[in-house]
Design a protein around this ligand. Sequence first.
Ligand SMILES: Cc1cc2nc3c(=O)[nH]c(=O)nc-3n(C[C@H](O)[C@H](O)[C@H](O)COP(=O)(O)O)c2cc1C
Length: 351
Amino acid sequence: MSLYNLSKPFLFMFSPEMAHSIAIKALKFGLLPSSGSLKSAFLSQNLWGLHFPNPVGLAAGFDKNAEVYSPMLGQGFGFVETGTVTPLPQSGNDKPRIFRLSQDQAVINRLGFNNQGLDYYVHQLEKRNIAEGIIGANIGANKLSENPINDYVIGLKRVLGLADYFTINISSPNTPGLRALQGKEALDQLLSKLKIIRDGAKLDKMPPLILKIAPDLNSQECEDIAEIILKHQMDGLIVSNTTLSRDGLTSPLKDESGGLSGAPLFEMSTKVLSNMYSLTKGKITLIGVGGVSNGAQAYAKIRAGASLVQLYSALVYHGPGLVRKINAEIEELLKKDGLSNITEAIGLDHK
Ligand SMILES: Cc1cc2nc3c(=O)[nH]c(=O)nc-3n(C[C@H](O)[C@H](O)[C@H](O)COP(=O)(O)O)c2cc1C
């Protein structure tokens, strides 16, 4: 039995938010043994000039304040996305605001970008040892901002140079009006501004700019997003954030408001991912997120067009040992398909 399975009944005695703070504290104090970085010739690849030892990353929202990226890399993740950070600290929505839907292997959250703000976040990233692994910085807008686009400008300017890639999160359902930035004109305006900042930065290496979208998009909205990201030559797209849909849930807490993640999000987010791969003709690097809890699901996202995958909710139910297991399973699936590296599987379902 894994250490996590032993401690799970203890963690589940607490509210999900309290269990998360206990986990963050344990990681900060080095109480979780590092399993060392996970390397394999089958699973490693170079993207945007970065070397990814394996394709399984930690999704945004677990390490909002960039406090535990280093111990999370030690759990075997190929990369860790910190944030979402907003320019000013904010406390988020009233508690309770995270719900475990155990019967559905899902989570609903309406945290509302609770975080300590850019000053604290930047300070945390400045302590970073680059050799430990790849870190992403996910930026957002404050709830009360009068000019949300400007919040992204402020955020990107402050974090450029401190992380390996930058995610523009316009897809949280818990900040009123945020998802409207996915609309064609607003997105065009936002990306123009951010590209100017990124392109003008005096850095040795041009860091990738990545957009994170919702799964609740109709085909016209997907087409519009594809057109705009191709126009601005974005480096990547993360598909997807949490969903507002509640289809097929059985848990008593299913009607809590907020974004749903975990198992019920898998199919929906994989469909949007596959659609975005077709719409962008494989020209944009995709990161597949949503409901990944085993190697077959991670592999399905890769075959649908993802170069990398991320997860969060499955950690709640299975603990960090899952990362090694998923990677081992992906390697087996590659071998079964007669492939020698992950790059050969990307988008295979479309070929
Ligand atoms: C408690 C919680 C907090 C989250 N916070 C953020 C966030 O701050 N920024 C973000 O881009 N995504 C956030 N997410 C979404 C995840 O990054 C991910 O896109 C989503 O949960 C789907 O993946 P999963 O099914 O593996 O959890 C959060 C998810 C959860 C469960």
